[in-house]
Write a protein that binds this ligand. Sequence first.
Ligand code: UTP
Length: 471
Amino acid sequence: MSEIVDGLNGCGQGHLLRFMNELDAEGKRRYLAQLETLDLELLASLLETHVLRKPETVVAGKVEPPFSFPLEPVDNTMATFYGEAVERGRRLLAAGKVCALTVAGGQGSRLGFEGPKGAYPVTPVKKKTLFQYFAESLKRARSKFGGPIAWYIMTSSSNDAATRAFFEECGFFGLGADTVFFFSQGEMPAIGFDGRILMRSRDSLVMAPNGHGGTLLALRKSGALDRMASDGVEHISYFQVDNPLVSVVSPLFIGLHDLNKSEMSSRALIKTGPFEKLGNFCLVDGKLTIIEYSDISKELAEARGGDGELLFKLGSPAIHVLARGFVERLTRDGQLNLPWHRAEKKVPFIDDSGRLVEPTEPNAVKLETFIFDAIPMAENPVVLEARREEEFAPVKNKTGVDSAESCRSMMIARDIAWLEAVGVRVPKRADGTPDCVVELSPASFFDAEDVEARFGSDAPSMESRGEYYFE
Ligand code: UTP
């Protein structure tokens, strides 16, 4: 106890002890246990660099555009290589050497949905939740590729119990409870702009998940890495909980990653413009790096090559494959130094008199690390372009850009594109937009190939203003 008191007083956080004498024995015990989780040395240094002032975000070094594998092979040699990669990816999946990993520890504050974001209903007809959509897709992938494909889901302390309960209630969507693993990520306290850690109540701090970069250490600390090793998993197919269109596992992507002996690979989208809010793939002093949209200079963002295209045209949809050995290497000594990022948020807290304050303007800093900051530490990192319409429909906001509404339209458009590619006639309005609602169940349609197999020679007939669900 006296060690904590000295430590807190020593770094200007003595106010955290102000209600200590009012707490009963149980409250005191719980609160002390929480205080003990704080890394005071790290916090003291972050206070200086990231809280009391904004960190420098100047990108030092020579910045160039990186190589990326294109969507379609550009010549015969590349076509042969892609063919080998698909074959390799399928074999790795069949042999159980690949698992899926969904990061679902975020707070989803922009969406403002009560409950884990994965329990948010997204599909156009059946209103399936994000978790159900991924689960069905994984189930189909297991039968299509003939391998076990375990599913790891990262939660955080505020949604861990609710996430587990949701899966229980839904019978693990038929995946088998012993094939889905939850693990919880680390946290950091929210800190007021004045440098004081905020309290949620008289016996608790305001804690927040420490960013998706926390995945790496959480995999190690939770024992998930050990489990993967003993199950023979070599590669981790990583995606975010709010992007239902993602291929939960992609044979081509996994195969390219493996054939190139890459430690961490990434999908990339062609940006819609210089300032699209996606991380930018760059080579910084020869190392593949993602520079946040807020950190890239205007000059670099707008730079164009001789062909008129943006030089830094590749944006990150946060889809990766990581080698298990890479995560092991980075976290071997139980530490991982990824750079910290500062986010300014509106954070309710109790003041010195114990009264709840609900700020209307940002009042605090949350500290996070990002998984993509591990890319420069990876050997042979691969970038593979992705077709936006097929891989990326994020649900971030209530309305407008990247909302449930835009996601719904993109899901319909993707399913219609797959149907039209095999000759199904889909009713359209005069302006070319679909005049019907369509939903393909991922339990049957993992990819365009599955659509071809079902409808290639037996196209369903569809009518204007109809609502169609195919399973
Ligand atoms: P976002 O950056 O969109 O954050 O996360 P968020 O917390 O979900 O939403 P807002 O910003 O509060 O509205 C992108 C992905 O990373 C995961 C999220 O769950 C989402 O899948 N994530 C984010 C974590 O798993 N842990 C974190 O600490 C942060």
